[in-house]
Design a protein around this ligand. Structure first.
Ligand code: ADP
Ligand code: MG
Ligand code: MG
Ligand code: MG
Ligand code: MG
Length: 445
């Protein structure tokens, strides 16, 4: 919704808002808050509110620490949890430098930049609909998460299970109150695992929505003494949590991926095929961004419904990219590898850049794979030209660092910081000796 400054002033009075929570997102997808009393409202509305960027991990160097927060008024939202000090409203902000330029290290600014490249290429919007999955774990007396689940439910279970179901319903209601259009909310395959889907939006709003969504899910879960986690693979031997990303490009005439003529069997446009070609070509490198944690790769293994190979299909549900059967406005590509540990602003920027590369350079996608890839052996896959997704963060980073399209997608500042931070994460992980290793080797050798 578009608000004017006067709208905001009015709402603040009428609703007795006492605090403004100014939000932006760091490189790792973590929401950062600067909370100010409502007395700072005028300053904020005039883009004069400053904060110290050096306090944020990996954001800026000390010498360039003074930053401005420019509020995006369309993101104004009164948070549902009242405090004894009155209501809190949140606004998502863009980070600007002391010289009043968009800060290149701000993932949201970067997505705005890539979206403007998209408009130059002739499209009006990049639409994204996500399907985030999460687990609800019991908390211990100290309020810390355990690995104990609170239900034994499974996919689309209807039986009144317990806390989990009530909690999920409460989350869905709260989201609706906040203006989300919840399309589906259901139990997932694993016990304690849930999915809530909301209607697609333009990529920038969709990324904002995910950030708000995670905050709401975690906050409501706490009321039920449950810990909500979007960690990709929290348990051994159990399905992990993904976040399918459905995407389409619109232009003035509607959905640019749809071709109603009978020429193409799947009724996909040339742009759709080229976008798909770009998504396939760059899959191994944007995986570093769409699956950015050590743990992400423990989900991308055979046997748990998560994709493992770079393939697409118009009929099969298991490959990395699926073309769902809906046509018309709902014509879209579904990328099934993404998980919710991804920074949504960065993830959407990289898949968009990959797809635009496909369109600009007319990249044809390889043939679809409509049979079950999991029954093919390595030889058959190789003959069919099906590559593996990276098996570790380390392997993904190797692809990421040699793909100029990724640098273009993130800009040199974020590209470099991301690479450095993720290399450190891998270095720290590979030095760890795990329980699994002790069990395997301690007595054997
Ligand atoms: P699945 O069959 O994979 O479970 P869902 O129905 O759960 O799919 O989710 C589909 C998602 O795709 C929703 O978020 C929906 O709003 C979104 N979607 C529908 N049409 C489009 C479109 N044209 N572009 C992007 N996303 C879309
Ligand atoms: Mg779904
Ligand atoms: Mg589904
Ligand atoms: Mg699901
Ligand atoms: Mg899906």
């Amino acid at each position: 919704k578009q608000y004017t400054k006067d709208d905001i002033r009015k709402i603040v009075k009428e609703e007795n808002v006492n605090f403004l929570r100014l939000m932006f997102t760091d490189l790792f997808g973590t929401i950062k808050n600067v909370e100010v009393p409502v007395s700072q409202l005028e300053k904020l509305l005039d883009n004069k509110l400053m904060f110290d960027g050096s306090s944020i991990d990996g954001f800026v160097r000390i010498e360039e620490s003074d930053m401005y927060l420019y509020p995006d008024l369309s993101t104004w939202l009164i948070m549902p949890w009242n405090t004894e000090h009155g209501k809190i409203a949140r606004i998502i902000c863009e980070v600007y430098t002391a010289d009043r330029l968009p800060f290149e290290g701000d993932p949201r600014n970067n997505l705005i930049r890539v979206l403007s490249d998209m408009r130059e290429a002739g499209f009006t919007s990049f639409n994204i609909g996500t399907e985030p999955e999460f687990f609800l774990f019991k908390m211990n007396e100290k309020g810390e998460p355990t690995t104990e689940l609170n239900d034994k439910g499974s996919y689309f279970d209807l039986a009144p299970m317990d806390l989990g179901e009530n909690c999920r319903r409460d989350i869905a209601l709260e989201l609706e109150r906040l203006g989300f259009n919840v399309e589906a909310s259901h139990h997932e395959v694993a016990p304690g695992q849930h999915e809530i889907d909301f209607k697609y939006a333009d990529a920038l709003s969709a990324a904002d929505h995910i950030q708000t969504f995670k905050l709401v899910v975690k906050t409501i879960a706490r009321k039920y003494n449950l810990w909500a986690t979007f960690m990709p693979k929290p348990l051994n031997g159990v399905n992990g949590s993904g976040m399918h990303v459905n995407m389409s490009l619109f232009h003035d005439q509607g959905n640019a991926f749809y071709d109603e003529s009978e020429q193409d069997e799947l009724k996909l446009s040339t742009d759709a095929y080229h976008f798909l070609g770009g998504l396939m070509k760059h899959a191994r490198s944007y995986t570093a961004v769409t699956n950015p944690t050590v743990n992400s790769y423990k989900r991308l293994v055979p046997g748990y419904e998560a994709p493992v190979y770079v393939a697409w299909s118009g009929s099969n549900r298991s490959p990395m990219i699926r073309v769902p059967s809906a046509r018309g406005l709902s014509t879209r590509l579904e990328l099934r590898s993404v998980d919710a540990s991804a920074n949504p602003y960065l993830a959407f920027a990289t898949v968009l850049e990959a797809g635009l590369d496909g369109i600009k350079n007319g990249i044809e996608p390889p043939k679809s794979v409509d049979r079950n890839i999991y029954v093919m052996d390595e030889d058959e896959r190789q003959k069919a030209g099906i590559a593996d997704l990276p098996s570790t963060l380390h392997n993904a980073l190797k692809e990421f660092q040699t793909d100029p399209t990724m640098k273009k997608a993130l800009g040199p500042h974020i590209y470099q910081s991301f690479l450095e931070a993720k290399r450190l994460e891998w270095a720290s992980y590979r030095q760890q000796v795990s329980e699994w290793e002790r069990e395997q080797y301690m007595e054997l050798y």
